[in-house]
Design a protein around this ligand. Structure first.
Ligand code: SF4
Ligand code: SF4
Length: 365
């Protein structure tokens, strides 16, 4: 068995699929595209990162000769036990750790044969644009929804890249695009963030908005509907995701690694300790509890249920302006007598200008 075959076998045993390899040359067309999109305001600065660094493997790992790309499927039949309020990837133990550790195992295998080899792992937060690497390596195609779509597991896959100084035979990109005349994702996107095929305005994407810190622009609050974290709409409607078999669960144990969240009222009452206990093994944890509690308030506002008014009104006393402000918005959506009364009382004492504005807008004064 040669090194390539050994890597493929190890990847399969680890639960990774679609292992492909590309060379370590820069991603020049991706760089130009990222720069253009950043200038057009389609990309957030965080998402763009350092464009030059992210598109030059040599800067991420001096002497980078190959990039080993692999996919980790994450759509399971057990998903039915979970509500759709979390994006699928967030219903499982943090993939950065799970996928990162699998990529590390591949590196260890190579190092046995090539002790001088250098490596760098890139899993989402890493130095490289993994999707471009996966596309160039032939792991899948980029669909009109801007996700990488694999032929066997659709787009519900997480991507890992392992840069190495070892020169391995490179694969070719897949030959054709696959969407044809389909535009289901563009039609289904709740915010119009998919402005055109292959063009995503990140600042309008619910996946970004539900993860960002701070205030959610008012025009998006009702569109968030029942989303507590992330958005899978443009992937859920994709025909390539309809008939995917449940993947081989060698990396996740769905009993131990599934994230279960309590009801929204409980989430609103969380202190740091409860938040840590519930989410410390999750990919959401790094964002902190305020983002999740803010989103919970938006979900409650969107439910328009008078029985939620007291729980939301309790947040008007929260020390964090962003929580008070979104609570005011949610009460404005509910519009019961209790909601109005609590808003009026809170407005008398509110010092923060943004929160005052939210309260006035909710009271329509
Ligand atoms: S993730 Fe949601 S909001 Fe973002 S492009 Fe897809 S459907 Fe639209
Ligand atoms: S929904 Fe249709 S257009 Fe969108 S990515 Fe899937 S196949 Fe392509």
């Amino acid at each position: 068995m040669n090194l390539r075959e050994a890597i493929e076998e190890k990847a399969l045993n680890l639960g990774l699929t679609n292992l492909k390899i590309t060379h370590g040359k820069p991603f020049l067309s991706e760089r130009a595209l990222l720069q253009e999109r950043l200038q057009m305001g389609l990309l957030t600065a965080t998402a763009a990162g350092n464009i030059i660094t992210r598109t030059d493997p040599e800067l991420a790992l001096p002497g980078a000769a190959s990039i080993i790309c692999a996919a980790l499927p994450y759509k399971f039949s057990q998903d039915i036990r979970q509500e759709n309020r979390l994006a699928r990837y967030a219903r499982l133990r943090d993939y950065h750790a799970v996928l990162g550790s699998a990529m590390e195992d591949l590196a260890k295998l190579i190092q046995i044969e090539q002790p001088a080899a250098q490596f760098r792992i890139s899993v989402d937060t890493g130095p490289l644009v993994e999707r471009a690497a996966a596309c160039r390596a032939g792991v899948g195609y980029i669909g009109k929804n801007c996700s990488l779509i694999t032929q066997n597991h659709g787009s519900f896959v997480l991507l890992g890249a392992l840069l190495t100084t070892v020169a391995l035979p490179a694969d070719e990109p897949l030959p054709t695009r696959i969407c044809g005349t389909c535009r289901a994702c563009l039609d289904a996107c709740p915010t119009g963030a998919l402005e055109a095929p292959y063009t995503l305005r990140e600042t309008a994407c619910l996946s970004y908005l539900t993860q960002k810190k701070g205030w959610i622009p008012r025009e998006y609050r009702t569109l968030i509907k029942e989303k507590l974290w992330g958005c899978d709409v443009c992937q859920d409607v994709c025909p390539y995701n309809q008939l995917q078999p449940a993947p081989d669960l060698t990396l996740w144990n769905t009993e131990d690694d599934t994230i279960f969240l309590p009801d929204l009222h409980t989430i609103l009452r969380w202190g740091n300790k409860e938040y840590r206990t519930a989410l410390q093994m999750s990919a959401l944890y790094w964002r902190g509890r305020t983002v999740l509690q803010r989103n919970a308030l938006l979900m409650l506002g969107n439910r328009h249920n008078g029985e939620d008014a007291a729980a939301i009104a309790a947040c008007l006393r929260d020390p964090r302006p962003v929580i008070r402000g979104h609570a005011a918005w949610a009460l404005g959506e509910i519009q019961t007598g209790l909601a109005q009364q609590r808003l009026l009382q809170a407005l008398e004492h509110e010092k923060d200008k943004n929160v005052q504005e939210e309260m006035k807008s909710a009271l329509q004064v």
